[in-house]
Design a protein. Structure first.
Length: 218
């Protein structure tokens, strides 16, 4: 286990070529800021009552550079999962393909309960599934809609560990290296730890480091 407090792209640039077996991440994408300002994302809402610390937004213009680094550090025949919303999906997909990834499909994370909103309130999120080279999933019986309840009262945008464990199981084996350059709540890293994978992560938010370390202690 190693944690870093560095910009995602700058940190990835320090990793060796083809040194990572699987990369799963959930960047604080640009459209989150819009939803936060109008209050449609409850835990991220700007208000005096909110005690949540916020983190720097990762702008869309940096995605191509991010994907270039992710492609470089991933081993041949490996997978890459990107959590995002519908706006970011249409922006990110062609850029990832441009740098060399094969896009398979958007996996749907069904959060079971609906969230805030005004036009058909959302109860799902997208996980874009990319491949470098060719790697078979470990269990071909898993559907492309994954049902896991959203996390309440957790770190902003926290993902359930069982959801991340499923992705880790599908695209790696024990002993392989899992990387998350925007580790946030640390769910990806915790899933890797639980499944006996090695892991590395970086996040520029001090709150993320404190939150994940407390999770490890528990």
């Amino acid at each position: 286990m190693k944690l870093f407090n560095e910009d995602a792209i700058e940190w990835l640039s320090t990793l060796a070529n083809a040194s990572v077996d699987l990369l799963i991440t959930d960047p604080p994408y640009e459209s989150l800021e819009k939803h936060r300002k109008i209050g449609t994302t409850t835990r991220l809402k700007v208000s005096k009552a909110s005690s949540n610390k916020w983190f720097d937004i990762f702008p869309n213009i940096r995605f191509e550079e991010l994907f270039e680094e992710i492609y470089r550090v991933l081993k041949q025949d490996s997978h890459f999962y990107l959590f995002c919303d519908q706006e970011t999906m249409f922006y990110a997909k062609p850029l990832a393909e441009k740098v060399g990834f094969k896009f398979w499909k958007p996996i749907i994370w069904d959060k079971i309960n609906i969230g805030m909103g005004y036009h058909y309130r959302a109860r799902h999120e997208y996980i874009l599934f990319f491949e470098k080279g060719k790697r078979k999933l470990n269990d071909l019986s898993i559907p492309d809609v994954l049902e896991f309840k959203r996390i309440y009262r957790g770190y902003p945008t926290e993902k359930p560990v069982p959801l991340l464990e499923l992705l880790v199981k599908q695209s790696s084996v024990p002993g392989e290296l899992i990387v998350d350059p925007f580790f946030g709540s640390g769910s990806t890293l915790l899933a890797a730890k639980n499944l006996e994978r090695k892991y590395l992560g970086s996040d520029t938010a001090t709150a993320a480091h404190e939150y994940f370390k407390n999770r490890l202690l528990k």
